[in-house]
Each structure stands twice: as structure tokens, then as C-alpha cells.
Design a protein. Structure first.
Length: 329
């Protein structure tokens, strides 16, 4: 018996291969050497289900080999020792560029497109229809999800698209975006998946030789202000630093209290703004509700109706170490 696995080291490029179902540490290393190259174990971290497989240690690998199942995609993150959130547009554009080849394969019928209102050949999305011209913009605006424009229904990729390779690319993309919640992960503009071993800002991609800030993904010499090679930020409007920064403004429910005008969701790390009403904020992405002052979940902070007006704690500072890391996961 064998299990099917896939290695991905460049976004959109995958190596399909197989392992025996009772594979050992040596089996896996030999497969890597055979399918990738003889130095891959030294130069990459291997990540499955957002967990480092720890090829540096046989004992640690054995504890985590259960993560490798039939159909698993294993991401190869190039180690960077020089010393994100990835620019989502880079990932999305990779898929959008493939759409012109994929859409003609879908079932079409003549109808009035709900977006442009022209009579064209259209594809059905739940309660409505859309033409091939309007679909790419719709798909991009809906974060690469096939969602009905009338009801809340979301259509699984496999029920809408027909090409197995394209469906796998979409599923792989979603997994990569999950990786990018880790502060030590990034995608270079060339598509290389990278892991920052030192968490210093200045890094050079070994694939395309671009020198850039690992955390905001901007070219190192881009712009008039000099960047600084420090941990977690280059110091020039850098992404993670900007996400953590906030201004204190008067709290509507109690003017004696100042409240941050923005916070990072402790659960999914999306940035949200103070709505000018209540200190309890519901994240628009994961729906987690937490206090903008103490950061505790609402169920812990809210003790009585007057809790809304009370200073539960001094403003708790969010730090770079709040973000998860692949290298020590």
C-alpha cells in the first residue's frame, strides 16, 4: 500500500509522488533527496497542516509523521538566515491568470448576466448567473470563493470547476494563505515560499536574488527612506508594525477612558477598527468577539450590564510575539 503526497515549493508548482503507508524517517528523507535535490533537507523546512515536520530530528519527525496522510500537500519553505502576511494580491493573481483557460470548460447557457445585464453565455451560481467577462472580477472581489450573490450559499470548488488541477490549485492556495498567518513565512514576488530563521527584516530570495523586507515584501531600496535590518520590521511603514500600532481616542460609553482605534483579532490576526459604539468588537473574518481594552473574549470580560462602561484593565499592548511561527510550531 502507498499514500499519495505532493511537494510544493513554488506557488502553483507541485511535485506529485508516493510513500509507503508504513514509511520511516529515512524513507521520507530519501524521497526528498530523489524528488527535490540532495541538499533540500538542509535548505528547506517541510510543513504539513501548518506544522513543521522537523527533519532535523528523527524523534521529532516520528512524533509528527501522522500529519502525512494520503492526499497531503507538503510545503517546502526555503530557509532564510540573513536577517507575513503575504500580499494577498500575489496569490490571487496567480489563480486569476489561469481563469481564461478554465472558464470555457464550464457549462454555459444564454441568459442575462446579473452584473453587466447583457444577454450572453452565462454560468449558473446558485440563485443567479454571470458571464465569463464579469466572472474574474467577481471571483477576485469574493476572495476567490464561489458565493451566491443573492443567498448566503457558498459553492465548493469541486462542484463548480471541472479541472482537477485547477481545483487542487485553489485548495493549495487556501492552505498557503493559512501558512501566511505565521510571522516567519512569506512569499517572494517570484512565487517562492520562504521561512525566516532569524526574523530579521533584510532577506534575499535565493530563487530570484531579490533583496527585500521580509515582513512588508517591499524591495529593500524602494522609496526615499532607508530601511533598517532589525527583527520583525524594517521601520518604514512595515506591515506587522503598522498592524500593531494604534491611536487612543475617547471611548463613547465613558469619556474618561481612552480606547485603541484599531486592534488585531487574537484568534485570526485580522485587523479591525473601533466602531465608535462599544468596547466589544466582533471580528468580521472569524466572528470572534473580544474587548478592545483587555483583549479578553467578551464572555470573560462582560460580567454585568455596566461592564460596557467600565475600565476592565489598562490598554493591553499587542506585541510581535502574538503571531504564530512555523519554525517553533
Amino acid at each position: 500500500m502507498v499514500i499519495n503526497v505532493a511537494f510544493t515549493n513554488i506557488v502553483g508548482k507541485t511535485i506529485q509522488t508516493q510513500l509507503p503507508d508504513n514509511f520511516t524517517f529515512d524513507d521520507f528523507k530519501n524521497l526528498v533527496i530523489d524528488k527535490i535535490d540532495s541538499t533540500a533537507v538542509e535548505h528547506y523546512r517541510f510543513v504539513a497542516n501548518n506544522k513543521d515536520l522537523c527533519l532535523d530530528s528523527k524523534d521529532e519527525f516520528t512524533k509528527r509523521k501522522h500529519l502525512i496522510k494520503n492526499g497531503t500537500t507538503i510545503f517546502l519553505l526555503r530557509r532564510m538566515n540573513g536577517g507575513g502576511y503575504v500580499e494577498t494580491a500575489i496569490l490571487i493573481d496567480i489563480i486569476i491568470q489561469e481563469l481564461p483557460k478554465e472558464l470555457p470548460k464550464l457549462r454555459m447557457h444564454p441568459a442575462e448576466c446579473v452584473v453587466c445585464l447583457d444577454d450572453k453565455q452565462c454560468m449558473k451560481i446558485c440563485c443567479t448567473v454571470i458571464c465569463m467577462t464579469c466572472f474574474p472580477r467577481y471571483f477576485k472581489e469574493h476572495d476567490l470563493q464561489v458565493k451566491c450573490m443573492i443567498c448566503p450559499q457558498q459553492i465548493p470548488y469541486a462542484q463548480f470547476f471541472v479541472s482537477p488541477d485547477f481545483i487542487r490549485s485553489l485548495d493549495s492556495l487556501n492552505k498557503i494563505r493559512g501558512l501566511m498567518k505565521h510571522i516567519d513565512c512569506q512569499i517572494c514576488h517570484c512565487g517562492s515560499l520562504l521561512v525566516n530563521e532569524t526574523l530579521f527584516a533584510q532577506q534575499t530570495c535565493t530563487h530570484c536574488q531579490r533583496t527585500f523586507c521580509f515582513f512588508c515584501n517591499k524591495d529593500w531600496k524602494d522609496g526615499p527612506e532607508p530601511r533598517h535590518n532589525q527583527r520583525f520590521t524594517c521601520g518604514v511603514n512595515c506591515d506587522y508594525e503598522m498592524k500593531l500600532n494604534y491611536d487612543l481616542i475617547p471611548y463613547v460609553q465613558n469619556k474618561a477612558i481612552n480606547i485603541p482605534n484599531s486592534r488585531i483579532c487574537p484568534k485570526c490576526f485580522n485587523v479591525g477598527g473601533y466602531d465608535g459604539k462599544c468596547k466589544y468588537h466582533q471580528c468580521v473574518v472569524c466572528k470572534h468577539t473580544f474587548c478592545f481594552l483587555c483583549l479578553a473574549p467578551k464572555v470573560q470580560c462582560y460580567k454585568e450590564p455596566s461592564s460596557i462602561q467600565q475600565l476592565c484593565a489598562e490598554v493591553k499592548r499587542q506585541e510581535f510575539n502574538m503571531f504564530p511561527r512555523i519554525a517553533n510550531s
